[in-house]
Design a protein around this ligand. Structure first.
Ligand code: ADP
Length: 397
């Protein structure tokens, strides 16, 4: 069975086309600047050069049209007819409390996603447009929605209820939802396989450290805690997001900087995090380079980032009554040896014996704790698309 995985953003669209017999990636690509001048698709048939088309793409439906054309292309294509697409898996950000696992998309599901727009005003609308455009172009193909929030629906109320007037939960559904669920699920499952253990017998802490970062505590195969909250703003310091903050800072800034709610939202989401602290960049490669050259604020940004990851690891070990394995994934987690080393430094009290030599790798599945370490540490490159394709296969089968 061949499955197309779609991840629709407001002006971009990522896709992968996977043959599930052997889980082989046939092609992948990215459409950028949808609805903006300069739209283009970068398509890559596995093992070949990129095929780039620069054309006007006024909306997602036209962008998807170009994706289907690229998949059928004489040289760069991988199918002769769109009938060879057996199913489509859509990444959807928010399902509120409605879905705790992936679902076959029908009218009710689409309505539920629309009902969740107030919870994810930037993310759910393009996800919905992607689904509806796909349905127009491939009306007979089964489609599945895989949610970022779903994996964390197993958290207990002591984790997801905020210490606010309870009526806000009842009235607005203000609670912790958590995100990156597909990634936390994938790497926790994968690390269990690598260890030759059943997930049901493990206490795992998964650190998804990328542009957006979050940590999850996965106990007996279920997410029991995660650092992102009502929105992806909570938790770790990120590329441009502030993460945990004294909420009184918001009202202070609004008063003293004379900014509106919308402006403060922009400050906390786009101008904070390691970008805000360093004043250099949101990209850890730039910050690490500046820190190496002696830039103090770049060094401080890294220290703050790593310090907070450490705090969450210890907190989650406490919540689970211990930890068997810690997993690093996503852009920073997979690639930055120095951040991993800084996070795992002085963690012997928790049972971590870090292997500095083994840590000198990038982007590969590997154990980076010593053989004798009570708590294991692994790098597991994430693969959300494969997880989406697997869910899709299982549901449409
Ligand atoms: P996204 O959340 O957009 O999916 P990624 O998981 O791809 O992000 O992570 C992107 C981030 O990973 C970049 O901003 C960069 O900071 C970081 N990164 C990538 N490669 C390296 C590297 N070699 N060293 C340090 N950081 C890296």
């Amino acid at each position: 069975m061949k499955i197309l995985v779609i991840n629709c953003g407001s002006s971009s669209l990522k896709y992968q086309f996977i043959d599930m017999d052997g889980e082989q990636l046939l092609a992948s690509g990215l459409v950028e600047r949808i609805g903006i001048e300069g739209s283009q698709i970068k398509h890559e048939k596995t093992g070949m050069d990129k095929y780039i088309v620069k054309e006007d793409m006024p909306d997602h439906k036209s962008a998807i049209g170009y994706v289907l054309d690229a998949l059928k292309h004489d040289t760069y294509g991988v199918i002769k007819d769109i009938k060879e697409i057996d199913a489509v898996g859509h990444r959807v950000v928010h399902a509120g409390e409605k879905y705790a696992s992936s679902v076959l998309i029908d009218k009710d599901v689409l309505q539920a996603l629309k009902d969740c727009i107030p919870l994810a005003p930037l993310h759910n609308p393009p996800n919905i447009i992607g689904i509806e455009s796909m349905q127009d172009l491939l009306p007979n193909v089964k489609m599945v929605a895989v949610f970022d929030t779903a994996f964390h629906q197993t958290m207990g109320a002591e984790e997801y209820i905020y210490a606010l007037d309870y009526s806000y939960y009842e009235k607005y559904k203000i609670r912790r939802y958590g995100f990156h669920g597909t990634s936390h699920r994938y790497v926790s499952k994968r690390v269990s396989e690598m260890m030759g253990k059943d997930m049901k017998n493990l206490k795992i802490i998964t650190c998804h450290l990328g542009n957006g970062s979050s940590i999850a505590a996965v106990q007996n195969g279920k997410s029991v805690a995660t650092s992102m909250g009502f929105t992806p703003l909570e938790g770790l310091a990120m590329g441009t997001r502030c993460g945990d903050l004294d909420p009184a800072i918001l009202t202070f800034l609004m008063e003293h900087e004379h900014v509106t709610a919308k402006e403060i939202d922009n400050i906390l989401n786009k101008k904070s995090g390691v970008l805000g602290i360093s004043g250099i960049s949101s990209d850890f490669r730039d910050i690490e380079e500046a820190a190496d050259q002696g830039n103090e604020r770049a060094k401080l940004a890294l220290d703050i980032f790593n310090n907070r990851v450490k705090k969450y690891i210890a907190a989650y070990a406490a919540i689970m009554g211990g930890v068997d394995v810690i997993v690093f994934t996503a852009g920073i987690g997979e690639n930055s040896a120095s951040n991993r080393a800084a996070i795992c430094q002085n963690m012997e009290f928790l049972g971590i014996e870090f292997d500095t030599e083994a840590n000198k790798v990038r982007g590969e599945e590997k154990r980076i704790s010593k053989e004798s370490s009570k708590v294991k540490v692994y790098i597991v490159p994430t693969n959300e698309e494969l997880m989406i394709a697997r869910d899709t296969l299982e549901i449409v089968k």
